[in-house]
Design a protein around this ligand. Structure first.
Ligand SMILES: *[C@@H]1O[C@H](CO)[C@@H](O)[C@H](O)[C@H]1NC(C)=O
Length: 468
């Protein structure tokens, strides 16, 4: 019983986290990008330098390769295999083996294991500028009900958040760029990470050196809220930082008809819930989005018996670390002091061991300009949409604590294909037609960004010499 409810709680929590990614809405207008209210992370580089003369139009060559019959068939086969073999967080052994087999066959070396099942493929010499591309690998404990010719082969498990598509796109990028490695002036780290679904796999990847000397990182998430053939982008804050809290309010139970003999923890909990709602309403900057939600409130078994204790728990969200820390401190103060008003004691636990805090996902502004330029060139201006920020969290944020990065949304809504269901539902389907668009944008973003870094570096070196 206890175990079941704990598992259910953990599952619900994990769903809240990643759900955010699939709930991300996009606006139909690509005309303007709303200005961000909070400062983004620091910019990686200033591009004052024009790109050197190219022997080819890189973007159109990459676009053609990504949409070639060979690549289309390859990504389809890859997605179907992965979709049929879903594995839960920290158990992605077959997925990891499959990825290594593909990298082997492409002649791409890799580091493994990184964070238990994680794999980091390396394209390029290891010299020159270095960037990272990330895909998450884990599936969810959901029984598939989607209509697909390649369903999950494992009862009660399903790729219902599109991580199979993320791995497929990154493998497609690996295949495409490995064939062009002689043209790539630097190193690309292909980061395949475990345990995104509420388990902060990215944090362990970072701790175990997955980023190497990467200067920037890019990632994507599929979304059924914009059409196949589009991407949705936003500079600055995209997804919130997230934390959980668990409190115990302790009174003295007894006969519910004799309040004079009780210290009633239920009344204390009730006023605490209301007081917690005032933190965002009356203390936060109205233009700095924050959330405090109480989602667990448990006490009592009998109509005429007042319980000793009340269990209370929930989540809090903010778009800056400063606001996040303030909320955390105030949640504790409000619970302890509000309980004291009713002569109850309280403990507050932020359960970081089982539910690590996720930092906010804040897209770098300069990288946004780069990705936006590439996406417009690859897809056309009307296919590049504006992503709206959401209060959900994504563990891509752990990489952004170390280096600047950009997280984009890959549209895969296709009514005739049936890919219109939200992530984390049993009917979620990824439109296979979206995969080549993901491959083309991601590959072009990576190659052209490395070229910018390289030419910037070379001209800086020339500048230094002329100074001598
Ligand atoms: C959507 O799916 C249908 C049916 O499979 C397909 O014919 C069509 O090309 C897809 N749309 C896009 C934009 O790829």
């Amino acid at each position: 019983m206890e175990r079941r409810s704990m598992m259910a709680t953990a599952q619900a929590w994990a769903m809240l986290l990643c759900l955010s990614a699939v709930l991300l809405r996009v606006s139909a207008s690509s005309a303007s990008v709303e200005s961000t209210l909070l400062p983004g992370s620091s910019s990686p580089v200033e591009f004052g330098v024009a790109q050197g003369p190219d022997e080819e139009n890189v973007n159109s060559v990459i676009r053609a390769a990504a949409h070639s019959p060979d690549m289309i068939e390859w990504v389809q086969t890859t997605l179907r295999y992965l979709h049929s073999h879903p594995e839960l967080s920290w158990q992605e052994f077959e997925t990891s083996a499959f990825i290594r087999k593909q990298l082997d066959s492409l002649g791409i070396r890799y580091e493994w294991p990184v964070a238990k099942t994680g794999v980091v493929g390396i394209i390029g010499s290891g010299n020159g500028p270095c960037i990272a591309l990330r895909a998450d690998m884990d599936a969810l404990p959901i029984q598939e009900e989607a209509e697909t010719k390649h369903p999950s082969l494992i009862a009660g498990r399903m790729h219902a958040c599109g991580h199979d598509a993320h791995v497929t796109v990154l493998l497609g990028v690996a295949k495409l760029l490995q064939a062009r490695r002689h043209l790539i002036p630097g190193t690309i780290r292909l980061v395949f990470q475990p345990a995104e679904e509420g388990n902060a796999g990215a944090q362990v990847m970072v701790e175990e050196g997955a980023l190497g000397n990467a200067e920037s990182i890019f990632g994507l998430h599929v979304t059924p809220f914009s059409e196949t053939g589009t991407v949705a982008l936003k500079p600055g804050p995209l997804m919130a930082g997230s934390g959980m809290f668990e409190a115990l309010i302790m009174g003295k139970g007894g006969h519910a008809a004799l309040p004079q003999l009780l210290t009633d923890p239920i009344l204390a909990a009730a006023t605490t819930v209301i007081a917690l709602q005032q933190l965002v309403a009356r203390e936060a900057d109205p233009l700095d989005s924050q959330v405090v939600s109480v989602s667990i409130l448990q006490a009592g078994k009998a109509y005429n018996v007042c319980p000793d204790n009340v269990r209370l728990g929930g989540t809090f969200r903010a778009f800056s670390l400063e606001s996040f820390r303030r909320l955390k401190q105030r949640i504790e103060e409000v619970i302890v002091n509000q309980a004291a008003v009713h002569k109850c004691a309280a403990t507050v636990d932020f359960i970081e061991d089982s539910h690590p805090f996720y930092p906010p996902t804040i897209n770098d502004e300069k990288l946004y300009e780069h990705v936006h330029g590439v996406a417009v060139d690859m897809l056309g201006k009307d296919k590049v949409l504006v992503a709206h920020p959401v209060m959900g969290a994504e563990d891509f944020a752990f990489y952004l604590q170390k280096i600047p990065g950009f997280y984009m949304l890959l549209g895969m809504r296709n009514v005739s294909y049936g890919s219109t269901f939200s992530g984390h539902t049993s009917r979620f389907v990824v439109d296979e037609h979206a995969l080549p668009y993901g491959v083309s944008v991601m590959a072009a973003v990576a190659e052209t960004y490395l070229k910018k870094l390289d030419s910037q570096r070379k001209s800086a070196a020339r500048g230094d010499q002329s100074m001598l």
